[in-house]
Every structure is written in structure tokens, then in C-alpha cells.
Design a protein around this ligand. Sequence first.
Ligand code: AMP
Ligand code: MG
Length: 347
Amino acid sequence: METKHWVVDKHQHNLESYPQIIEAAALLQANEVVGFPTETVYGLGANALSDDAVAKIYEAKGRPSDNPLIVHISTMGQLYKIAEDISEQAERLIEKFWPGPLTLVLKRKENAVSKKVTAGLETVAVRMPSHPVALALITASGLPLAAPSANLSGKPSPTLAKHVADDLTGKIAGILDGGPTGVGLESTVLDCSGEVPIILRPGGITKEQLESVCGVVEVDKAILTDNEAPKSPGMKYKHYAPTAPLTIVNGSQGFIQSLVKEKQNEGLKVGVLTTTERENKYEADRVISCGSREQLETVASRLYGVLRQFDESGVDVIFSESFPSEGIGQALMNRLTKAAGHRIITE
Ligand code: AMP
Ligand code: MG
């Protein structure tokens, strides 16, 4: 299949009337799949009302079909067609954080979206993205769009259109290139179908931000320990893994350097994922910085791109520094820990 590549400037007004967006929207209406930028990561969108269209997402990504998809909308009218029994608390969260990187799991209306979107669950995950290109595409298509991240299943999520092209060229109808994404990690998934909201996946909106609006918010135990079965089906899969095995190190620069030497003595090429503060202090085969340790937002936004750079660099093993688990750090460490397949060494 030919994969079209359209470049769009997200700063333009009336994007929904741009030829690139109209062409992409027409393909969505024809039940094809299209990659598009959001403020979290690039999404792979398809008509959420069509079994055929949604099946193409799973096929292109090689994604297990028991892992449900997030429905992306651009108006509140679309929300009320898809979900019901929306609590007052959920309404307040919507008021505060939409459009933005917060996905709400809500009670699903009967037959409102394809069963393939919800993988047979009674609930549906919905989000209104804030990226102007995403909103324009949804509006121009007139459809709610089912959209997971636009990467091959198991690869780091794409933060550039190039990442989407690397993974999915020939498998999807087109890619809208709106430049680098913002947050760089996926949305926060919050289960609002019960009494107390539960974070199923940490993301762009932090626990602290959610609590400022609705008091107590719980965190799914599976995020904090390895022993629980996650409530969010997708969280059980090994995600975001670079090709070379990655290990997180809780320790000093000297300790990390000693691990690097040990592996090099075994004849291996070693990569180190670090920050600007220590960028020039390691002797390794490849050292890549994610930005300053003082700005975890930047580190989060660069993480996936850096993991892909390691894939291209041909290193055999990677050691990563560890980050504080507060604010956006919770989502950052959640993704890094998954990328590391839970391999952590403490000094
Ligand atoms: P992705 O599409 O790759 O951003 O992943 C979407 C995440 O939302 C996965 O972890 C899914 O398991 C989760 N998710 C989607 N729908 C639901 C739902 N109805 N209940 C719980 N988790 C969901
Ligand atoms: Mg994903």
C-alpha cells in the first residue's frame, strides 16, 4: 500500500479546511488508517464506528486484540453519544483538563462504537486531544477516531512523523506530519467508572493535578508493584522496548561507569542514557542525553526518541540513570521501567 506523507503547520488557522487534512479525513471516512500528531505521541487513527477500520489498526501495529483503544473526539456532543452515567467528578475533570492528555474510562453506551475498540469491555476510554492538527482531523472527518500510538506493537511510541514512517510505511494510508509532539509520553488513563477515580496508566496529567480537582485519586496497584494483574489490559504487555537490553541503575555516576567497563571488558558495545549534567562524564560507546535532570518534562518528551536512537546506534546493552517518581516523573519512570523489562540495579 502507498503511504501518503502530508506536512502541516500546526500554527495555521482553519486547519480543518486545509487540503492535507481534508485528504486525510476522506481516507478515514473510507475506513483507512492514518497517522497523526497529538500533544502526547503520534496516534494511528481509524473510524471508531467501523469494525473494518478498527481491525486495520490492530493489523498494522501487530497489536493484541484484547488491548482496547482510546476514542479521540473533538466535541462534547461526541462524548455524550459514546458514554453514559458520566459522574459530576468526571465532568469537573473534563472542564479542567480537556482538551489535553487525560483519557477517561467511562461507562459505554450500547453499540455506540465498534466492539473491536473496547475489546468486549463495558467501559470505553475517551479523550479530547489538544493538538490543533488532531482536533482539525477529527472535526474534518466528522468521526470519533479510535487511535493507539502509531508504532509497531512493542516499539517505543513515536514522537516524530519519521518514527511513524519507520514503523508503518506501506502498512497505512497516510501520515500527517505536524512536527514533534509535546508531552512525549502517552495520556494519563483514569478510570472514572466507579466511586473513586483510579489511575490505570500514569501520563501527561499528574496525580497531583488530578487531586487538585477531585480530592482522592487512587493508583492501580499493578503500576506500583509487579505482582498485581493490571486493570488496564494494555499495561500487562512489555511495551516500549529498545532492541538492546536496557537496565535502570539507581546509583552514582562512578557506579554506572564501573558497570559500563565490566560490559566493555566482555567485548560488548555499551550505551548510557543520561542527562546534560553528566553527559560528558561517561566513557561508553554511545552516551545520549535526554535533557536536564532539573526539567523532567524535557526528559519525558525526549525519552522515546532517545530509545529509538539507541536502536539505530548498534549498542549491545544500555544503562540508564534513574529519575525521581514525582509529577511527570511517575509516568517517565513507569515507561522507562517497562522499556527495561523491570531490570533495575541498585548500588
Ligand atoms: P494506547 O492506545 O497504546 O495509548 O493504549 C491505550 C491504553 O488505554 C491501554 O493501556 C489500554 O489497555 C487502555 N484502555 C483502553 N480502553 C480501556 C478501558 N475501557 N478500560 C481500561 N483501560 C483501557
Ligand atoms: Mg501504545
